[in-house]
Ligand binder design. Sequence first.
Ligand SMILES: [Zn+2]
Length: 260
Amino acid sequence: MRPALPLLLCLPLLACAQAVYEVPVATPAGLQAAASEIGQGAAPGRRNLSEDEAKAAITRVARRLAPAGTAVCQEIGRGAGCEWRFVYDPSTDLNAAATGEGVIVVQRGVADYARNDAEIAFVVAHEMAHHAADHVRSTQNRAQAGAALGGILASLAGAYAGLETGQLAQTASGVGAQLGVISYSKAQEREADVLGAAILHRAGYDIGEARDMLLTLARLSGRTETSRLSTHPAGPDRIASFDGAVEELRASNWRLAPRR
Ligand SMILES: [Zn+2]
């Protein structure tokens, strides 16, 4: 029994704020099914895209998601602006980040590892959801992460000045490694997956197709258990939570009312 730990984790992360959508707890059967699904697939591989093709794919997805993300963000009523600034980062890592001020940095590796636009859209919609649910503020409030976010935004400001929503800015040198310090609580990650699904649905993407990106992420990370200290839920947990919440959302015709 370590009753003080959840409180200690809670305070600095400010993760105790009421969730926009409380994701139902994954069932043991759901976890088992997700683990075996992850285990059955082949190891993820990169597509052979040129840089122009990768940028075009991310731009296409960002344009299609932007109005849906704004609509869901406004419906939630938590985000600061509900407008987006997309920034392409040439790093080949499979990563993306919401860095404040509606900025979403998407690394080239997202397009490389995705097998189709829906999988790219999963990642972009997840980051929109971090903005929409106001998760970014909780990370800004932590000293080290806040400083890194400030630095990223300052280095990107020139890149997106004057850009309209749906256009893709590009970083000159890449902010790759700096994205690693941005972290949310596991509850916020699950919530971003689910709110992201609502954005994907609104934009007309196939949720099943987009969900394959979760399998790719799980297979790349290779973790099977969510440890207390890891920042993202492990693959089976993340997938089973996502599936449970999507089932619930489908049953309610995608209404985002919080569970009570
Ligand atoms: Zn996230």
